[in-house]
Unconditional design. Sequence first.
Length: 154
Amino acid sequence: MAEEDVKALDETEIAQAAVAEGDEQVAAAPVKRKKAKRNVPTGQIHVLSTFNNTIITVTDEKGNALATASAGGSGFRGSKKGTAYAAQVAAEKAINTAKQNYGLTKAEVFVKGVGLGRDAAVRTLANQKVSIESIKDVTGVPHGGVRPRKAKRN
């Protein structure tokens, strides 16, 4: 009979009893299930290249981010973040993460900005064994631009 009473107390009741008594070391952590690995063979690669930094974001076809890397996050600081080499390192980092975790094989590339890293990043993507379906420039174009300066008075 005593054995049946012991079996009746499941782990959660034991943990609750331990917490109630103030003995937190006995309390068992909740069991975490391993997340199912998502396979995304085709995706999009967004390259944002400014004069100060380059940000690479790998997304699925809907636009949900899978992996991201930047020149600053890759260890470059100051004016070195805006270089072509920093963009190359960031692109390698983002693509390798996406390939390992999600099995990315094909991608569309969207390039935005005017920095030095745009060409270097696209060249790196081509060398990383990811087949590029298309490269599209989505840099914003001003319609009318900013307000002009006031006229000079002599």
